[in-house]
Design a protein around this ligand. Structure first.
Ligand SMILES: [Zn+2]
Length: 394
């Protein structure tokens, strides 16, 4: 009798495994389910890729390239110690004396700047603010993405066989097409001060992890140094977590381009964008910041990259951009870079082209004036369109 029960359990187990791994994922029932959620899964994966891009911001920031060199340890010990092996490959390790290692613990940022050649100036400040901005979005994105995924799964959960839920919950998500979310915090840059005594018997380490909390503090630290040097940066806002939240609140948690909001889509990732990019002379001021959803922000970013600085962009193209719902600031943004471009072009271009450009420049000015009138309610959209068309035809 016992054998029969035992055998029965075995058969049930084998059946369950075979059902899940050999049959279910190939069944029509599962394939239909997969097809149904395909679009949402794709969206989730896009967001996941975007988060990975945000996390890699730091890779693009290189303080100074000092070139390459070969290091050979010819000592009898050869320092084959674990603490050395682990850190020898890392870019952000400084092997130092005991006192530096200890002092770095007392004043991390000061030593970070000094020994890792991070020059406290506006450019560095901008870079770290951007890193903080992107990392904050990545951290928020991870949570929103998980919620989004759970929502999709919840919607179909009662149609998934019990045995699949029991045996292969994670595998089921993978089979639906979800790419795994990396929840680790390993992407936060870590700077290490490493001390090893000359005999190699004692060692000490101070590590500074630039996580969100530390980055917020570091941005404030850098800004104070820059302010001290009486730079323009002293008069502007700092892109901290607090400012990010403030801008989102001001914009009612709504994307300024597509008008999608967290009221409409609770798991929508909102990002903070510079209307006039820093690369074009924009500043971190509340007026120059806007809330965009991650999709619009990504599209905006790529469009700026696609537009070569020196190349002339036809007026029509610019106006199409602005009439697509981008605020008039983008028109202003394009003008604000004009004088610079003009200067470089003037060196090489003929007089005829110069005249042509100044005509176009006048046209911009006129259009911006009319756009202001439109915004102030002096003229309506229809009138503005007529004027725009007339000016372009001339
Ligand atoms: Zn949007």
């Amino acid at each position: 009798m016992e054998y029969v029960v035992f055998g029965g359990v075995w058969i049930a187990c084998i059946w369950a495994l075979a059902y899940v791994f050999l049959y279910y994922y190939r069944s029509k029932r599962f394939l239909e389910l997969k097809k149904e959620v395909e679009e949402y899964v794709g969206e989730c994966n896009d967001l996941n890729n975007h988060i990975e891009d945000l996390k890699s911001t730091y890779v693009n920031f290189a303080p100074t390239d000092y070139g390459n060199a070969i290091f050979r340890d010819n000592s009898a010990y050869r320092y084959k110690r674990n603490e050395l092996k682990r850190y020898v490959e890392s870019k952000f390790v400084y092997n130092c004396s005991l006192s530096v290692c200890r002092n770095a613990q007392q004043q991390p940022f000061k030593y970070l700047c000094k020994y890792f050649n991070i020059t406290p100036n506006e450019e560095t400040l901008n870079s770290f603010e951007e890193i903080l901005n992107n990392f904050s979005a990545a951290e928020q994105g991870k949570i929103l993405l998980r919620n989004k995924r759970e929502e999709i799964l919840k919607g179909i959960w009662n149609r998934v066989p019990f045995i699949v839920k029991l045996l292969d919950k994670n595998g089921f998500q993978k089979k639906l097409g979800f790419t795994p979310i990396d929840f680790s915090n390993l992407y936060f840059p870590t700077y290490t001060f490493n001390y090893i005594s000359s005999g190699g018997n004692s060692s000490m380490r101070t590590s500074i992890v630039l996580d969100i909390n530390n980055l917020n503090k570091f941005v404030v630290y850098l800004s104070e140094l820059v302010k001290f040097r009486q730079s323009v940066a002293g008069q502007r806002a700092l892109m901290t977590t607090a400012l990010r939240e403030k801008i989102k609140e001001r914009d009612s948690y709504t994307c300024r381009f597509c008008k999608n909001s967290t009221f409409n889509e609770p798991n929508l990732l909102l990002e903070i964008d510079h209307i006039i990019p820093l690369s074009r002379g924009g500043m971190t001021t509340e007026n120059n910041l806007q809330t965009l959803c991650w999709k619009c922000n990504r599209n905006k970013g790529s469009r700026i990259i696609e537009t070569p600085k020196e190349e002339y962009v036809p007026v029509q193209d610019k106006l199409n951009i602005s009439s697509n719902g981008i605020t008039n600031n983008s028109v202003v943004a394009d003008i604000s870079v004009k004088p610079n471009n003009q200067k470089t072009r003037a060196k090489t271009n003929t007089n005829k082209e110069k005249n042509n450009n100044s005509e176009k420049n006048d046209l911009y000015k006129k259009l911006v004036e009319y756009k202001k009138l439109l915004d102030d309610g002096v003229i309506d959209q229809e009138e503005f369109s007529k004027i725009k068309k007339k000016l372009l035809d001339e």
